[in-house]
Write a protein that binds this ligand. Sequence first.
Ligand code: CMP
Length: 140
Amino acid sequence: MGERTLAIIKPDAVKKRVIGDIIRRYEGAGLQPIEMKMLTLSKKEAEEFYAVHRERPFFDSLTSFMARGPIVVLVLEGEEAVRRYRDLMGATDPAKAESGTIRAVHGTSIEENAVHGSDSSETSKFEVGYFFPKMDINSR
Ligand code: CMP
């Protein structure tokens, strides 16, 4: 079974028509999608989801961007899923992301960086629960 982490394919990547390419990379890395849905966040929902960043100067811009269009939200499962998905995404700023990572390939800017992933197993419990409240978060 392994660990679970939350993944978001952001509005920039959906608009660029790379949903399929990104999910192929998840599967190719052994990160198995076990839940998935497409939706558009309201501004308020984006603010709730990113509440840990509410004091940051980029909070308003980030939450407007995340509410701009449809996103795809997935729960990925695998051994050390949190860390391995972060490695697969690359650094937050696509310009600094290692070549071959999802953000290096599909990201546009530090904000429009194609994908989100939980940054710790603690965060993943909040994030999975936010989008999939009926899931058993004590999966391991
Ligand atoms: P994500 O992994 O979803 O977590 C928070 C998001 O905030 C991040 O990806 C970026 O989209 C955005 N972000 C982080 N740092 C900055 C920044 N300095 N300027 C603008 N957006 C940022």
